[in-house]
Design a protein around this ligand. Structure first.
Ligand code: I3S
Length: 126
């Protein structure tokens, strides 16, 4: 496969759609609200883009910034107790942001879990 490079020359390790719910911001609990997100994983961060029938166009609107998650010092764990949905894991960032990610497709969510875990394990812890 071609190596895809972002404008800041970081290599995209994985991208695709998952269901996402942000459940805490800076340690403050948020109301859970699942939505489909286009997710881009690079070596040290994840970007969450809004889903749209024309994702490229919606996300290229002037001033639109994807939500960016710094994986340095982050934690990842399966959290079956946090949802009635199957295949849910949580990413917790150093800054106290918490995200649930989910897919009904077993191999797909496993691939994502391991890709994110590998990225976290390769990074310095702080
Ligand atoms: O953990 P909760 O509060 O049971 O999560 C459910 C709610 O967030 C619900 O929204 P309302 O707060 O508007 O009722 C969502 O629609 C559900 O999807 C959440 O539960 P699941 O089990 O799907 O994560």
């Amino acid at each position: 496969a071609d190596i895809i490079s972002t404008p800041d020359h970081t290599v995209v390790e994985k991208e695709g759609y998952l269901l996402k719910a942000k459940i805490a911001d800076g340690g403050k609990k948020l109301r859970k609200n699942w939505s489909t997100s286009w997710i881009v994983l690079t070596s040290r961060k994840m970007e969450f883009y809004k889903e749209s029938k024309q994702p490229a166009l919606a996300n290229l609107k002037p001033g639109y910034k994807p939500e960016c998650v710094d994986l340095c010092g982050a934690h990842i764990e399966w959290t079956p107790e946090k949802s009635s949905r199957k295949n849910v894991f949580q990413i917790t960032t150093m800054s106290g942001n918490e995200f649930l990610l989910q897919s009904d497709i077993d191999f797909l969510i496993l691939d994502w879990f391991h890709a994110i875990k590998n990225a976290i394990d390769r990074l310095p812890k702080e």
